[in-house]
Design a protein around this ligand. Structure first.
Ligand SMILES: NC(=O)c1ccc[n+]([C@@H]2O[C@H](COP(=O)([O-])OP(=O)(O)OC[C@H]3O[C@@H](n4cnc5c(N)ncnc54)[C@H](O)[C@@H]3O)[C@@H](O)[C@H]2O)c1
Length: 430
């Protein structure tokens, strides 16, 4: 089988040998009659670029052991660049069309004839493909499943014929639910994966901020075994610890905090009876700001919670308090946080999320210049311990994310659409 690659070269995979050749070589190898009949029977117009340099890309589809190639009909010779682009587009479309043919059991001998759900996995990093590939394999091997899944991993954007968004996260503040509804798309999420993972990470951040473990560890690795005031922390035991948002994660966090022997105060729009039974005391919003030596943000990002830490709140905080935020960056006005750190109102902050993280998190920026002055300022502050949205990242949570996502896809395929989907996250009044 021959496939046009992204770089325009032709990949040749026959059963007996494997080699690469240029398109022109391969076309030359074809008999004229074969070329002509392939074009007549199998040509598919993949793209037409209208306008000054009109370009048409044709794909010629194959059966096993035959040739597949893309041709471009070009009407203006001064746009060779477009042609190269078109070939690249063609090669991607070719793979997609080949995949579709396979998924319908067309033209490929001995292939599983089960119907296939095609899934495009966006914005993927290696942990995503590492976790999903075995899960997809297991799903496809399970005779109980009446269809199979084919998952492509991509970082490209666009609707591309997508009818469902299967969020791998609980929060869906980054989904344009109005647009999704207008397109009749189903949007499902993973409502809970491991509340323990996030609660435990919040504690890890607290201990890192309080006991300066990142700094201490890097000093020891440089053979500096001295102690100085820069490493001095406080006992959590006996401190007043505030938790804003006592839902699934917040409740687990409350139990851990009580284990330290701290005084637990809470704020939520709904009081959690379990938290109260365990020893948490609900106070007013101003009360939690004024009394907390340590304050955890555990509520979702909503219009009502956006910039919970703001200029009005800063003077209400207990001087020298520590703030821990594993929920969403938008809960904190970064300018106010920086001011709090510089004036000593906030002695330290543990943050797994950052207000403008989209541009940076989940990518390696170590060799590039960061253009966001607030982010640069935070990274330079000694009281800041920042991680890049990894609070969820435990084996247990990843397994749960993978499993629930597969179930969400299955339910969609079995007819649970839009509001009927069990993990739908488009509000009814959207
Ligand atoms: N960093 C990560 O990797 C990560 C992973 C999972 C979840 N999260 C974040 O953690 C948040 C909490 O998750 P959860 O599973 O506990 O959610 P949850 O829905 O179980 O709990 C949220 C709690 O916040 C409360 N709340 C709502 N509005 C409030 C307000 N105005 N003031 C105070 N409390 C309010 C709710 O009543 C609820 O008790 C999620 O919304 C998400 O943003 C982060």
């Amino acid at each position: 089988m021959h496939l046009v690659d992204d770089d325009g070269s032709l990949e040749v995979n026959s059963r007996k040998n494997s080699r690469r050749a240029t398109i022109s070589q391969s076309l030359r190898n074809m008999k004229a009659a074969e070329v002509s009949s392939t074009i007549k029977e199998n040509a598919v117009v993949v793209d037409i670029v209208e306008g000054r340099g009109r370009v048409t890309g044709l794909l010629h589809i194959v059966s096993e052991d035959a040739y597949a190639f893309a041709t471009v009909t070009i009407f203006m010779f001064d746009i060779m660049g477009n042609m190269a682009t078109e070939l690249r587009t063609g090669s991607k479309s070719l793979r997609a069309i080949m995949g579709q043919l396979r998924s319908k059991g067309v033209g490929v001998e001995g292939e599983n004839q089960k119907e296939t759900l095609r899934v495009l996995c966006y914005d993927t990093t290696s942990w995503v493909s590492d976790a999903f590939q075995p899960a997809v394999k297991a799903f496809n091997a399970d005779p109980e499943n009446s269809f199979q899944m084919m998952v492509d991993f991509t970082t490209e954007r666009g609707r591309l014929g997508v009818n469902m968004i299967a969020q791998r996260a609980a929060g869906f503040d980054r989904v344009d639910t109005k647009a999704a509804r207008a397109y009749g798309m189903t949007v499902a999420r993973v409502p809970a994966y491991s509340p323990y993972a996030v609660a435990e990470m919040a504690i890890a951040l607290l201990m890192a901020v309080n006991r300066k473990t990142p700094k201490a560890s890097s000093r020891v690795k440089m053979a500096n075994f001295s102690l100085d005031a820069g490493l001095l922390g406080v006992d959590i035991h006996g401190k007043t610890v505030g938790v804003m948002g006592t839902g699934k994660i917040g409740q687990i966090l409350c139990n851990i905090i009580l284990g330290f022997g701290a005084k637990l105060i809470c704020y939520d729009v709904f009081q959690n009876e379990e938290v109260k039974k365990a020893g948490g005391v609900y106070v007013t919003k101003d009360g939690i700001f004024a009394q907390s030596d340590i304050l955890f943000f555990m509520m979702p990002l909503l219009p009502a919670t956006r910039h919970t830490l703001n200029m009005d709140v800063l003077p209400k905080l207990k001087k020298g308090m520590m703030l821990i935020n594993t929920s969403r960056g938008g809960l904190v006005d970064t300018t106010v946080l920086l001011q709090g750190l510089r004036t000593g109102v906030i002695s330290g902050v543990g943050m797994d999320v950052y207000e403008n993280e989209q541009e940076y998190f989940f990518q390696d920026w170590s060799a590039k210049s960061i253009q966001d002055p607030d982010l640069t300022a935070l990274l330079g502050e000694p009281g800041v311990v920042m991680t890049a949205h990894q609070a969820f990242f435990t084996k247990e949570a990843v397994n749960k994310i993978t499993q629930t996502t597969m179930e969400n896809l299955r339910d969609f395929k079995l007819g649970k659409r839009e509001f009927d989907h069990p993990n739908n996250c488009i509000p009814k009044d959207n």
